[in-house]
Design a protein around this ligand. Sequence first.
Ligand code: ADP
Ligand code: ADP
Length: 229
Amino acid sequence: LTPVLAVDHVKKVYTTGTRHVEAVRDLHFDVARGELVCVVGPSGAGKTTLLRCIAGLMDVTAGEVRLEGSAISGPPRGMAVVFQEYGRSLFPWMTVRGNVELPLKEKKVPRARRTVLVDEALATVGLDHVHDSYPWQLSGGMQQRVAIARAVAYEPHILLMDEPFAAVDAQTRADLEDLIRELWARLRVTVLFVTHDIDEAVYLGERVLVLSNSPTVVLEDVRIDLPGE
Ligand code: ADP
Ligand code: ADP
């Protein structure tokens, strides 16, 4: 069975003038369909580098990233990313509905189907009543729910999350973590969730990849038995 995501012996060297920084040395793992994988490591462990390579925002120095078996070059379709800075990722001049719908327009999803996907996604994240609000009228936690709805509506092969809850308060963060677990269990989306917080990784993931400090390799690949599953 082809994994959704294959990170195949990826190496990334940053070159600035004559200086070379080997950020990622030999990163190697697969993510199977329906997995919820957390990637955890301290600052400087190469998490951002890894995500940029997976999202096709940066070329790898050696090795290969494959999505559904095809090598990635440039930003691929079929991925949705939720970033830490919700304020940066939503367009303030568009309504909530407009923000969630935009990637579907770019994907050329027909209008009637777009309406269904947007309504379902917003209901899924518990935001039935704010379709016509603007992001700046919502709390940080609600804005992050909009970003999650937008990612889910896109029906991605894999949902990438880059420290998505680092900027919200503890209670909101706990609520959002539960929301991700619930979405994952219900929709069976494949999730790669990156965090520097080991507690969050262990709480959220059914599998946790622990990265070493640079140059990055996978130190541990742990499966976690979730209660009630
Ligand atoms: P993390 O996201 O886990 O904090 P990064 O991927 O940002 O880790 O960084 C991994 C390593 O690569 C660190 O040593 C960092 O200093 C280095 N690095 C990251 N980006 C660059 C860059 N643009 N140029 C040079 N070195 C970089
Ligand atoms: P993170 O929040 O993931 O830890 P960082 O604060 O490490 O991110 O990095 C912020 C930005 O600085 C990124 O664009 C990263 O590529 C860049 N960067 C990190 N380390 C270096 C470095 N040693 N040299 C140049 N750029 C770097």
